[in-house]
Structures are given as C-alpha cells and as structure tokens.
Design a protein around this ligand. Structure first.
Ligand SMILES: NC(=O)c1ccc[n+]([C@@H]2O[C@H](COP(=O)([O-])OP(=O)(O)OC[C@H]3O[C@@H](n4cnc5c(N)ncnc54)[C@H](OP(=O)(O)O)[C@@H]3O)[C@@H](O)[C@H]2O)c1
Length: 312
C-alpha cells in the first residue's frame, strides 16, 4: 500500500491563481479531492505566502472541516519561524486558526519552521498545552534540523509532554537528503514522515527545464523559492536524464517521480505524501499515476544514478 495521500492547500487564496481565490472555485476543487478518497488537507496559518491566512479563510468559508481532517501549522512570518513558537504566539495562532476554519480541533498541529528565538522547553510546553486542551489530535514539526528534533523529543520525555508523531519535510526524487539526515531518528521514535513538494513545486514535471513556464507557478512569486532550490544546471541535467529513461516507456517524468516516491522511496504506508495541484486534472492524473503501482525495475535502477539536490 502506498503512503497516505494528503492534499496541500498552500495556493488557496493566492492572487496568482484567480480560480482559487473564491469559495466557489475552492469548493469545486475540494469536491474532486474528496471524490479521489483523499480525506486530509494540509494548510498553514501562513498560506498562501502572498496572502497570509487566505487558505484557512477559504477552508472555513467552504466548511471543509465537515468533510476533511484539516492539518495546520502555527503562524510564521516570512520564511523564519523565529518567535513563532512562544507561548503567546502559539496560543494566538491556534485560536485564530480554529476560529477561521470553523472547527473545534485540527488533526495535526505543526510547528511550521524552527524557532531559534524561543527556548525549546517553552515550545514543547506550548504544544503540550494545545494538545491537552483538545485543539489537535497529534502534534508535528516541519523543517526542524535533526539536533533540534532530538532535543525537543528529550524535553518531551523528561517533562512527560506529548511528543511529535509527525515530521513534515521536503522529499522527492531529486531531493533526498532526509533519507540520511532524518529518517533514522524518525523510525526510532515511530514518527511518521509526511513528504511535501513531491514534484519539487512542479520542477519534476520538466516544465522549467523545457522553458514551458507560462501560466505556471514558475512564472510568478510562488515559484521563486523553488527556482532558488532547483533551477541549477546539474538538476536540469537530472530532469533530462529522467526523461531519457522514462519517456521511451510512455511514462512522464511527473508520473515517474510520483510512482518512485509512493512505491520505491523510504516512505512506508504509515507515512504520507502531500499532493500539490493547481488544477483538478493535475490532481486526478497524479492519483491515477500513483495507482499504477511500482515502476519497472530497470527504471528504478536507472533512477538510482540520477544526481540529486543535496542542500536546502
Ligand atoms: N511544511 C512546509 O514548509 C511546506 C513547504 C511547501 C509545501 N508544503 C505543503 O505541501 C503541499 C504541496 O507542495 P507543492 O505544491 O510544492 O507540491 P508539488 O506537487 O511539488 O508541486 C505542485 C505543483 O506542481 C505542478 N503539478 C502538479 N501536478 C501536475 C501535473 N499532473 N501536471 C503538470 N503540473 C503539475 C503544479 O504547478 P502549476 O501550478 O505551476 O501548474 C502544482 O501547483 C503544499 O500545498 C503545502 O501544503 C509544506
């Protein structure tokens, strides 16, 4: 069985995708998500980055909480989590998320990013408080480095606080650093890995390499972070290599990347993949591709030799 599929709503409310700025368009997309048997949504108080809070507002306006489990993250400002996990900040963020979403609790409540300005003891206590109040079913951390997560877990053990049971990180066919950096610790502590950007924000579709970026994320502000990560000659060479391996077999690079992640990566059934799609057709295709099952062994073998991005 492949890992659990989540749908990521980070683009809900971005002015760059007009169809997803109003409840009608969002409702239509969410109906399709539900019809594909995806029952968990990923959002964040911060989403979308160019209209903070817009994603949660649209999820609230469409009453998504009555059909889906919603997982959210504590508000960060910009890309830095500094100050976001203080007692007051966590309390204010969670209260606002629950009110906006129109729900009494969320599934997973995440720390969105490391907070180097707040003592870890305070952070662990804050999350324990939210859990004890019944505002979330599980707690999670995202983008934490290994040593920070280790300390966080130690504090939870010592103070008898609820421990994170989910880690959210970027993981895909050419972004493989979590395999060595983080998976061994997660497995020891029975923490599930939820992979975001399974297509590298669209890079693994081959659009940027081919220069076909009109009307895509790479055309606007949301693509900047992904360009900074992936727009590198050696990674474009990896995309061309992936196409060389898969296209003669009638497999698109998008399908190869998703099938690799779902069926050949370090992910297990209890882990998760957050699918991102800006169009219903993309989402349908992605779910269909994953259902095709494992890739031919020759493809998996050839993929092993593809150069990967090593740093964030
Ligand atoms: N914790 C964190 O820090 C963090 C960071 C990033 C993301 N996330 C979460 O993970 C979710 C998914 O991330 P992501 O959006 O980067 O995922 P992704 O799957 O790597 O990228 C999604 C983009 O790829 C393109 N795409 C997807 N399927 C396609 C298809 N079949 N054909 C052609 N293009 C396709 C679309 O780009 P176009 O729109 O350009 O067509 C789509 O918007 C987010 O919504 C968010 O919930 C979390």
């Amino acid at each position: 069985m492949p890992p659990t599929l989540f749908y990521g709503t980070a683009i809900f409310g971005t002015p760059t995708i007009p169809s997803l700025t109003e409840p009608e368009g969002v409702s239509k997309l969410l109906d399709s998500v539900h019809s594909l048997d995806i029952t968990e949504l990923d959002t964040a108080a911060r989403y979308p980055p160019d209209n903070t809070g817009g994603s949660e507002r649209l999820l609230g306006a469409t009453r998504a909480g009555s059909n889906f489990t919603i997982n959210t993250k504590v508000l960060i400002s910009g890309t830095s989590g500094d100050g976001s996990l203080s007692k007051d900040a966590v309390r204010a963020s969670v209260a606002n998320s629950l009110r906006t979403l129109g729900v009494s609790n969320v599934g997973i409540l995440y720390a969105h990013a490391p907070d180097n300005a707040t003592p870890l003891e305070e952070q662990a206590k804050d999350f324990n408080e939210q859990y004890e109040k019944g505002y979330c079913e599980r707690i999670g951390v995202s983008n934490f480095p290994l040593d920070m997560l280790e300390k966080f877990l130690k504090i939870c053990d010592e103070c008898n606080y609820i421990k994170p049971s989910v880690y959210q990180g970027e993981y895909n066919l050419i972004r493989r650093d979590p395999e060595e950096a983080i998976f061994p610790l997660l497995r020891r502590h029975k923490i599930h890995f939820v992979a975001y950007s399974p297509l590298g924000g669209g890079f693994l579709t081959g659009k940027l390499t081919a220069g076909n970026t009109e009307g895509t994320r790479f055309d606007g502000p949301l693509g900047q972070r992904f360009k900074a990560l992936y727009d590198k000659p050696e990674l474009h060479a990896s995309i061309n290599e992936l196409k060389r391996i898969t296209e003669p077999l009638g497999i698109s690079p998008t399908a190869a990347a998703l099938r690799w992640l779902a069926h050949h990566s370090e992910l297990r059934q209890e882990d998760g993949i957050i699918l991102g799609a800006s169009k219903i057709e993309q989402l349908r295709q992605n779910v269909k591709d994953i259902k095709q099952g494992p890739l031919p062994e020759s493809v998996v073998e050839a993929i092993r030799a593809i150069k990967v991005a090593t740093t964030a």
